[in-house]
Design a protein around this ligand. Structure first.
Ligand code: DC
Length: 231
């Protein structure tokens, strides 16, 4: 039996991972998974339990007894925490910061990674995150590391989170992204870094569609199915 196709897209915040991964998954008929949403869901649970995200013992304890689950019932991915759909509440600045903090803990990571792998079992996926090519799916058939310069990333993130009036300027957003980059890259376990066999794409001057075309061309070159069949 052939292994289902697994494509990993890692990179820093605002590099265009979500847009590219969703569009790529649609083109290839694969399931799109945003692993960051699972860390955000864990962070939301911690905040709602009134726990300081930096209190490692308390965070580990509450996450041990929390069920985080991904579903794709209507095609779009949803994240459930203890059975409740929290997808619409994951993109506030508080959750964003707390996600970067709780994702440093091994207890949080091991639980979510196990769930991410289980979800992908037996189906083809495009999964985006920070450690998907390095840790979650080291055997993935195609690994992409997407990057873009800071100003462009801040501009995109501002657009994505524009419903939140507290995120007001490119400068402030760039500062917040820089702070998160630092937390993500300097953490001891699963730091953000390209897998040795990842293909790096700089999306600063590219439209999302152009990045998707580049990845489809790579998939085709590696004979990973017939990627252009689904469109
Ligand atoms: O991609 P995002 O902004 O939704 O991610 C939220 C946080 O979760 C971010 O600070 C990094 C962390 N994360 C992680 O540690 N590993 C992943 N695979 C995905 C996200």
């Amino acid at each position: 039996m052939t292994q289902p196709l697994v494509i990993t897209i890692d990179g820093p915040a605002g590099a265009g991972k979500s847009t590219v991964a969703q569009s790529l998954a649609a083109r290839l008929g694969l399931t799109y998974i945003d692993s960051g949403a699972t860390y955000r869901a864990a962070a939301l649970k911690v905040l709602e339990a009134g726990i300081d995200p930096l209190d490692e013992l308390a965070v580990a304890r509450v996450i041990a007894s929390t069920e985080v689950r991904i579903t794709t019932g209507d095609g779009a991915p949803h994240v459930l925490v203890d059975g409740q759909d929290v997808t619409a509440r994951l993109r506030t600045p508080e959750v964003t910061l707390a996600a970067a903090q709780v994702s440093r803990l091994p207890e949080v990571r091991s639980k979510l990674i196990e769930m991410q792998r289980a979800f992908a079992q037996g189906r083809g996926v495009v999964m985006e995150g920070r450690d998907i090519g390095t840790v979650v799916f080291p055997q993935a058939q195609l690994k992409i590391f997407l990057k873009a310069d800071m100003e462009e990333r801040a501009r995109r993130r501002l657009k994505q989170d524009s419903h939140d009036s507290r995120v007001a300027s490119i400068e402030k957003t760039a500062y917040e992204i820089g702070r998160r980059d630092q937390l993500d890259s300097e953490r001891k376990i699963s730091p953000l870094k390209p897998a040795a066999d990842a293909v790096e794409i700089d999306s600063t001057n590219l439209l999302a569609d152009q990045v998707v075309e580049q990845i489809l061309a790579l998939a085709e070159k590696r004979s990973l199915g017939d990627p252009r069949r689904v469109s």
